[in-house]
Design a protein around this ligand. Structure first.
Ligand SMILES: *Cc1c(COP(=O)(O)O)cnc(C)c1O
Length: 232
């Protein structure tokens, strides 16, 4: 199957899962994850209708940015503070904010660029030692601090990557837990007009339909669209 065919097929499955869970198909955004794949394949996905592209490394965004048709770039991987500056004017959303210090750096660079950056706070929903993301019990204190200190960062919601399982169903309980945290985020009020928790980023190739059933509003799908990754 070509990238075009894969993209259309994933997109249709995404739409069907949204409708099945009582929502409109446009209520769930498909972000095509292009890590390790080149501009040609990315442009093929864009031609097939991809509007949003996700990368997990700053270097890959910088290498491909000028070679890819105009599209919305998402930073979905662990982000070091010293690299924020180089992507602040290139991405529409940073999904991987997992510390107050990172949020403050994004805030500073967004302010200098004269913009407001959309961000998601990443939670380590399985509290796994090997994973990034804020520990579950530090998530809301982190949110409070970010809301108190940042004026050029718009917190749009929550992102998570559940523990690897044998079947998509293994992820369901983690997605449900993340959904509960997202619902709690929506009940909070801050003295900060930017606060706008409307995005729950969860679900990848193996489990995005389960994630949508559990309330995801944004799925990040790579290998089901582009095939196996070509690590160099
Ligand atoms: C690679 C990656 C994805 C996509 O994974 P697939 O299993 O290839 O769909 C999604 N989210 C993050 C954070 C990733 O790093």
């Amino acid at each position: 199957m070509s990238v075009r065919e894969n993209f259309i097929s994933v997109s249709e499955r995404k739409d069907a899962a949204a409708v099945r869970s009582g929502r409109d198909r446009d209520d769930v955004l498909l972000v095509a994850v292009t890590k390790t794949h080149g501009p040609e394949e990315i442009n093929e996905a864009i031609s097939a209708g991809a509007t949003d592209i996700g990368e997990n490394k700053v270097q890959e965004i910088l290498e491909k940015y000028d070679k890819v048709k105009p599209v919305r770039w998402h930073m979905i991987g662990h982000l070091q503070r010293n690299k924020v500056k180089s992507i602040i004017d290139k991405v529409v959303m940073i999904h991987s904010v997992d510390s107050v210090r990172l949020a403050e750096e994004i805030d500073k660079r967004a302010k200098a660029a004269g913009i407001v950056m959309d961000v998601l706070l990443q939670v380590n929903i399985g509290d796994e030692a090997s994973k990034t993301g804020a520990p579950v019990d530090e998530f809301f204190p982190m949110l409070d601090e970010i809301m108190a200190g940042c004026r050029n960062v718009r917190v749009r919601g929550l992102m998570c990557v559940p523990p690897a399982g044998d079947s998509p169903e293994d992820a369901r309980e983690y997605f449900a837990r993340a959904r509960q945290m997202f619902e709690k985020m929506k009940t909070l009020e801050y003295d900060n007009d930017l606060y706008c928790p409307d995005t729950l980023s969860m679900g990848m190739s193996g489990d995005f339909e389960v994630a949508i059933e559990e309330g995801s509003t944004l799925v990040r799908v790579g290998s089901s669209i582009f095939g196996r990754r070509n690590y160099r």
